[in-house]
Design a protein around this ligand. Structure first.
Ligand code: FAD
Length: 466
């Protein structure tokens, strides 16, 4: 067969797992070859985290321009130039960011190959390129091939039936958007379009939307969604869709009864599948779990020496910051460092819904399930001066304290800026800080962050503001 080129460290995929792994491995002295079949930046930068947050931001602005407020501001009629929104999202945000990543890779002398990689054996990948193919024999490889949306077989994608990728680039703002799946992706995009004026119906199979966040956290999001014309139908099973050129009708079943709902677009957001099936893994000894994920240890090593796996193809939540965190550990392991992760602990998760939801560490449910001796306190935004002055009093901060050690072991935040505020709780948990450590840290006034100090004092039994 063809002669294989010998290379040092190969990274397959350039998402938040792969590009971070490539840069860190280069920083730690490896000669890195990065293989990407599509666009630098992966799902997250191109068709995931970043463009969705751009549209969510636009949704907030549109809503604000049209909603009444308690401080006496009336705005003129607002209108949204959707083409401009799309151009900004693509050129001003996504391309700007992915271009930045490409130049970082260059700066670190990472060799980027555009091609589709698959394993020939435990030490070799074949890379299919536009003009042929090449074999690379590596010293180490980090697999970071990510995931793709699950397509319901009876509802193939079309002009009217879209996945999250299609939903980010619709030709117009839907008049009526139907969403199958009340998870984070469905609810984030549904919320954004609701804020831009779409009438949104969410069809969810279980009895709980935004799984991963408890009912108390989700309640204000749900109430707000309904108050703005949104409809959520739980315990509903989607059956089939029929479409015309202008609309799509979904048939679903609730309580044994068949119902229908019609919209101009149907977004299918029912989960993502790992990109492991076309990687030639059967030519290797790399072990998969029964869900098709790659088994890894706490250094992201697979069952084959010198083969690492990170990101959405590994067990655990599908989150960009998980992928990047694992990337750094895998790169360090290749460099012979002893870093290992304890991912199950301080791994935050965020939903960018109307009221942001953020959680890290233990939850009331996990406290109960594991019989932990914990103290759970809740501090409301209504007791925080900054929140009041921002007209953002919905939601709360919840802290979970180990009763014996007084260490913070978990926390949840619902409301404005929860996505940014959660990092203080992660820092505390990751470093074993007690609630007293937090309370004794001076927080500037007036800030939302102050409420974390207040909540810590509440946990210590010496609250000032409640
Ligand atoms: P990916 O980002 O999926 O990248 C994998 C890359 O590998 C791709 O570029 C792919 O083309 C390439 N590839 C695959 N197979 C091959 C091959 N054989 N050869 C060469 N290249 C290959 N996560 C968050 O943490 N926060 C969010 O706010 C958030 N929002 C999201 C919103 C949406 C709409 C979606 C869809 C996802 C969102 N996510 C979010 C999830 C996040 O995007 C993923 O967890 C993250 O992208 C996973 O990173 P990764 O590096 O594992 O893989």
């Amino acid at each position: 067969g063809a002669q294989a080129t010998e290379v040092d460290t190969v990274v397959i995929g350039s998402g938040p797992g792969g590009y971070v792994a490539a840069i860190r491995a280069a920083e730690l002295g490896q000669k890195v070859t990065l293989i990407e079949r599509d666009k630098i930046g992966g799902v997250c930068l191109n068709i995931g985290c970043i463009p969705s947050k751009a549209l969510i931001n636009v949704g907030h602005h549109v809503r604000e321009s049209r909603a009444s407020n308690p401080f006496g501001l009336t705005m003129g009629e607002s209108s949204l130039d959707w083409q401009k929104t799309q151009d900004w999202k693509q050129n001003g945000v996504v391309n700007h960011l992915t271009g930045g990543v490409a130049s970082l890779l260059k700066k670190h002398k990472v060799d980027v190959i555009k091609g589709d990689a698959s394993f020939v054996d435990n030490e070799t990948v074949n890379v299919v390129q536009e003009d042929g193919h090449q074999l690379l024999q590596f010293n180490n490889v980090i697999i970071a091939t990510g995931s793709h949306p699950f397509v319901i077989p009876t509802m193939p994608l079309s002009k009217r039936i879209v996945d999250s990728t299609g939903a980010l680039s619709l030709p117009e703002i839907p008049k009526k958007l139907v969403i199958i799946g009340g998870g984070v992706i469905g609810f984030e995009l549904g919320g954004a379009y609701a804020n831009m004026g779409s009438q949104v119906t969410v069809i969810e199979g279980t009895d709980h939307i935004l799984n991963g966040f408890d009912k108390e956290m989700v309640a204000p999001v749900l109430a707000d969604f309904k108050a703005h014309g949104g409809e959520v139908i739980t315990n509903a099973s989607a059956k089939q869709a029929s479409q015309t050129d202008d609309d799509v009708t979904l048939e679903y079943e609730v309580d044994g009864k068949t119902q229908t709902v019609t919209g101009d677009y149907l977004l299918v957001a029912v989960g993502r599948r790992p990109n492991t099936d076309q990687l030639g893994l059967n030519n290797t000894d790399i072990k998969l779990t029964d869900r098709g994920l790659i088994e890894v240890d706490d250094q992201l090593k697979t069952s084959v020496a010198h083969v690492y796996a990170i990101g959405d193809i590994t067990p655990g939540p599908q989150l960009a910051h998980k992928a990047s965190f694992q990337a750094k550990i895998a790169a360090a392991a290749i460099a012979g460092q002893a870093d290992a992760h304890d991912l199950h602990y301080a791994l935050p998760a965020v939903a960018y819904t109307q009221y942001e939801l953020a959680t890290v560490g233990e939850t009331p449910d996990s406290v109960k399930a594991n019989n932990l001796d914990a103290n759970i306190v809740k501090f409301p935004w209504a007791a925080n001066g900054r929140a009041l002055s921002m007209d953002a009093t919905t939601g709360f901060i919840r802290l979970i304290q180990d009763k014996q050690t007084k260490a913070l072991i978990g926390g949840q935040i619902v409301g404005a800026n929860a996505s940014d505020l959660i990092s203080e709780l992660s820092l505390a948990i990751e470093n074993g800080l007690t609630t007293e450590d937090i309370a004794l840290t001076i927080h500037p006034h007036p800030t939302l962050g102050e409420a974390i100090m207040d909540a810590a004092e509440l946990a210590d039994g010496v609250p000032i503001h409640v």
